[in-house]
Design a protein around this ligand. Sequence first.
Ligand code: PBG
Length: 316
Amino acid sequence: MRRLRSTEPLRNLVRETRLSPSQFILPLFVCPGEGVRREIGSMPGNFQMSVDRIVQECGEVHSLGIGGVILFGLPETKDEIASGGYAEDGIVQKALRAIKREHPKLLAITDVCNCEYTSHGHCGKIVDGDVDNDSTLEWLAAAAVSHARAGADMVAPSDMMDGRVGAIRLALDSHGFEKTPILSYAAKFASAFYGPFREAADSAPQFGDRRSYQMDPANGREAMREIALDLEEGADMIMVKPALAYLDLIAEARRRFDAPLAAYQVSGEYSMIMAAVRNGWIDHDRAMMETLTSIYRAGAGVIVTYFAKPAARLLS
Ligand code: PBG
């Protein structure tokens, strides 16, 4: 077996998995103000940015050949009914209009969820101390339509309510957005690895946790049922999240379903690597490429990752 490993040209020739920047989606956090570019403490190299700075950033992302961006919003104010999430002039909607004006060819996806917009930090409407499923669907559908209206190329629901893909599809179609695809966070687990994101998006739940709606990390078969349901409801693409601790499910989903499959290398996965890098314990570029390659090798053709820019630079 070692003969084909002996030189770089031979290794290049027989490499089975090759990444391209076009497979990466970069998450971006948009905040109010002007000229704001605030580094997220636990996620070095990632920033909360105001609309003007996000537009600049998108220019760089586009020129690196990165597949696209996914937008998260930090609204001016939060309330019980997540109104900032579906307001026509909400923060994500404003950012989208500005991005599409300057960079019409850059793929702009939006995360559709309520947790960044509710005062309690949960992903939906609270009834009797728990997130109510069906009334939350109305907020999600309204958010998706407002994103499409502002120019979103694709919407990505991440809330884990039952029936949300169907509800969003129906709402998009009835508002004239038949062509807007849905990337469903189909198998999304209640994970410790979202910790840094909740600082970045200011979306930590103020009481309890998300285990009554996000999946139990122990359940792989249930993940396949979630994916099957979302595809039935009309999801165009499916996603497994987080990535590295769920490579078995990425591989299983790839075997079972023929829809385009994405995986989300989440904030905690990024922060762990960056923390070890900062301590001089592991090599940044190698750890980054090894994890991205393994996610692709497992079967995810699209990878949402905070490493999109440095990885794209390395690949070009
Ligand atoms: C919104 C959402 C979360 C993430 C993506 N969309 C947070 C959560 O579910 O608590 C996590 C992304 C990351 O950790 O990078 N619901």
